[in-house]
Design a protein around this ligand. Structure first.
Ligand code: SF4
Length: 209
């Protein structure tokens, strides 16, 4: 069933989130070009992490939830999510490089912040200085790329800082964008939230905006 979603606030929020995701992507792509720092082909070790160690907000899953409801796939995802435990791997994880060439995520374009920024991003130290946090496999795979990255940062290149982007997610929706859940729970709650809005809207009394 294709649903014509008419509620603008949700689309607005989803668009803002997707724009944030795209700006992280732009920054990381720039770093990849400048330093050669990139994940080894078909590596997906970080996606194998237990689901409760990947903490994300409901807001980060609004773009994907809208897409899945629009494509009529949301109910299938919800029934899969009913069967997983909190510490199970993310249900979007695809272990076969043949099936998912862009990393281990079947919904790569819609993956949350942490999944985008795990490889390399910045954290603020206690003096407010940006310190790069780099995946150990990336460090082993290309130490010279890491040296180049450090050099670029010292010359003023920008690296996406996790706390900055997560507070911008909070800004999109202070309630759903603040509390984090294990990745499967966050996806289920986002799908349920959008689903509830779909249900109310089709009945003509959506007042939750
Ligand atoms: S971030 Fe690290 S573990 Fe994840 S895909 Fe890249 S190299 Fe592999």
């Amino acid at each position: 069933m294709i649903i014509d979603l008419s509620f603008k606030d949700l689309y607005g929020k989803a668009l803002e989130v997707q724009e944030l995701f795209d700006s992280v992507e732009e920054l990381t792509n720039q770093i990849r070009i400048e330093t050669g720092l990139r994940c080894p082909p078909s590596c997906r070790e970080c996606c194998r992490t237990r689901g409760d160690a990947i903490q994300v907000t409901i807001t980060e899953f609004l773009p994907l939830s809208l897409k899945l409801w629009n494509e009529g796939r949301a109910e299938l995802f919800l029934s899969t999510l009913e069967t997983v435990l909190d510490d199970d791997s993310c249900i979007l994880f695809e272990s076969s490089p043949e099936l998912s060439k862009e990393g281990g995520c079947t919904e790569y374009r819609y993956r949350p912040l942490l999944c985008r920024m795990f490889g390399f991003s910045g954290v603020m130290d206690k003096f407010g200085k940006v310190v790069p946090a780099i995946c150990r496999l990336l460090k082993t795979n290309c130490p010279e790329c890491v040296s180049k990255l450090l050099e670029r940062i010292s010359e003023g290149s920008r690296i996406p800082v996790f706390s900055e982007f997560s507070s911008r997610i909070q800004g999109v929706d202070p309630y759903m964008g603040t509390r984090t859940y294990s990745i499967n729970v966050a996806l289920r709650r986002a799908l349920e939230y959008v689903g509830m809005r779909v249900d109310y809207t089709t009945k003509g009394f959506d007042r939750t905006a």
